[in-house]
Design a protein. Structure first.
Length: 219
């Protein structure tokens, strides 16, 4: 069987369809459609979403969606286990790479400066007043998987209501509380202060959830 992306692209071109038209019909963003045709699987939040969008796109083009999904699963099974696990972890939760050499140079400079300071200065150290640090805000990030209507209230004040499409993303910030209500809870995926929470609820379910700041920065 020829590659999945090439099969999709040939079927679309044969029917003389533009990606913009297909996006409006399927509610799949143009970016995800391009990723499917390019087989850029890393562009999707998780394999489950790539599989769902692939099935919808293939069905729209009157292709054998089951066969294409099976081919995608074979590709997934062929991946090394470590790589497969890595792709299941949201980008925001992956450890950041640190440049070792610049860090080592900075530490060396600080140690040298500290030695000079202790040698030439009086042993009496100045009193430094430490100001209270402001607690970090609540930051809620949403990734839209399917069309969903959302309503947002920040710190008890209604901020907005809007209809979002697959592929959209939003970020809201609050000091004390943040309430979100979604008309299709399975179509919206949440991340709170860098912690991946997953879908708000089940597909088609109306869910309201409030995040509040509590003691020890727990929500």
């Amino acid at each position: 069987m020829e590659p999945i992306g090439l099969t999709l692209q040939k079927a679309r071109q044969k029917r003389k369809l533009k990606l913009e038209t297909i996006s409006k019909k399927t509610k799949i963003s143009i970016g995800y459609l391009k990723a499917l045709e390019a087989e850029d699987w890393d562009a999707f939040p998780a394999p489950a979403y790539a599989q769902a969008f692939l099935r919808s796109y293939a069905h729209f083009l009157n292709l054998d969606s089951d066969e294409l999904v099976r081919e995608y699963k074979k590709y997934r099974e062929a991946l090394p286990e470590a790589l497969a696990k890595k792709r299941l972890i949201p980008e925001s939760l992956r450890p950041k790479r640190v440049a070792i050499l610049p860090l080592a140079i900075s530490i060396t400079i600080l140690i040298a400066w500290g030695g000079w300071f202790l040698f030439f200065r009086s042993p009496t150290l100045p009193v430094v007043k430490v100001s209270e640090e402001k607690e970090p805000p609540l930051i809620l990030k949403a990734t839209i998987i399917e069309e969903v209507w959302v309503s947002i209230a920040i710190d008890g004040k209604q901020e907005l209501q809007e209809l979002l499409q697959a592929g959209d993303s939003r970020t809201w910030e609050a000091e004390e509380s943040l309430e979100i209500k979604a008309g299709n809870a399975g179509g919206i995926e949440l991340e709170l202060n860098g912690e991946f929470l997953g879908p708000l609820g089940a597909r088609g379910q109306v869910v309201t959830k409030t995040f509040r700041r509590e003691k020890n920065d727990r929500y």
